[in-house]
Write a protein that binds this ligand. Structure first.
Ligand SMILES: *Cc1c(COP(=O)(O)O)cnc(C)c1O
Length: 326
């Protein structure tokens, strides 16, 4: 078996997680009658200090719903050029929400960049309706937005009367790496989309976290997008299991990523090791021959993502194989 470092979406549910799924109480969630989904939604809302949460099939759907909650058709979303919402969601904001996206330089957001690019109403320009940031930032190698920057951005968006969205696919990693409580993150945003299927190891699912009023709208948007699921408690049970058992252990992934990074001469913040190489495709092919699968994210960029299914032996093997190739 190769060491598969392409993404942390590749985790398979553990035996204990499967047992929790098999024994879940279920009902029809479109009727609001699945007790396990309801428990998951209440728990995640409470974790982030918000009123409500909505279980959705994917992080992409979570983001798409949130963006429509905070940006009207033909309104403007402001985010960085490498953000998942404008890079990996196949133009969904434009297609589904009629949302115009404008970007500043790719990578972690800065207060300076947002202040410079933000366009208030009354200028004769398309007014910015919301700012979106990613925590952690996928294409920035799992980098964590410092809490102070997010707090300043919250102050700025409040002063401008616009919304603040968090693509928190890996916010759990930020929470563990930076030691920032989830409700402190939650308190900064009008909407968050958080993934259960990345580092937390659930097979499916993300959660939209927001106010009670917006959550009601989110349920309508979810249904309209075809994301209303029936006996989804089977899936929500995996999420609840992951919250119980797979959050604090993310520190192990971070330690392994740091070890791999050290061997390869790059620094890491969370579970992603980003490498610059002369030819990403050729490098990934050579790594594959050595039993290490990498993600190709640009012409000269590959990444290794550490997750639940990667152990110490896998990291040692990857460190040896990749340093030889470098
Ligand atoms: C993985 C990811 C998502 C959601 O992806 P899905 O595959 O749709 O669940 C959203 N944002 C970021 C930053 C991600 O890394």
């Amino acid at each position: 078996m190769p060491v598969d470092l392409r993404s942390d979406t590749l985790t398979r549910p553990t035996a204990d997680m499967r047992a929790a799924m098999a024994s879940a109480d279920v009902g029809d969630d479109v009727y609001g009658e699945d007790p396990t989904v309801n428990a998951l939604e209440e728990r995640v809302a409470a974790l982030f200090g918000h009123e409500a949460a909505v279980f959705v099939p994917s992080g992409t759907m979570g983001n798409q719903i949130c963006l429509r909650l905070v940006v009207p058709p033909a309104g403007e979303l402001l985010c960085d050029a490498d953000a998942h919402v404008v890079t990996y969601e196949h133009g969904g904001a434009a297609q589904h929400g009629g949302i115009q996206s404008r970007t500043f330089a790719g990578g972690l957001a800065t207060v300076e960049a947002v202040r410079t690019e933000l366009r208030p109403a009354g200028w004769g320009t398309v007014p910015t309706a919301a700012v979106s940031v990613e925590q952690t930032h996928n294409r920035a190698g799992g980098a964590v937005h410092p809490l102070g920057v997010l707090q300043d951005l919250r102050a700025l968006t409040l002063a401008e009367g616009i919304s603040f969205h968090c693509d928190g696919a890996r916010i759990w990693n930020a929470h563990v790496a930076a030691g920032v409580p989830l409700d402190v993150y939650g308190g900064l945003f009008d909407t968050l989309s958080v993934c259960l299927s990345k580092g937390l190891g659930a097979p499916v699912g993300s959660v939209v976290v927001t106010s009670a009023a917006l959550a009601e709208e989110a349920r309508v948007l979810r249904k309209r997008l075809g994301g209303g699921m029936r006996q989804a408690g089977i899936l929500a049970a995996a999420g609840l299991f992951a919250l119980d058992h797979h959050v604090e252990r993310l520190a192990e992934d971070h330690a392994r990523a740091a070890r791999l990074g050290e061997a390869l001469g790059v620094t890491t913040e969370t579970n992603i090791v980003a490498l610059t190489v002369p030819d990403a495709r050729a490098f990934a092919a050579a790594a594959r021959d050595e039993g290490v699968l990498l993600g190709v994210v640009g012409p000269t960029r590959v990444r290794a993502v550490v997750h639940l299914d990667v152990d110490d032996a896998g990291i040692e093997h990857a460190a040896k194989a990749l340093s030889a190739l470098l």
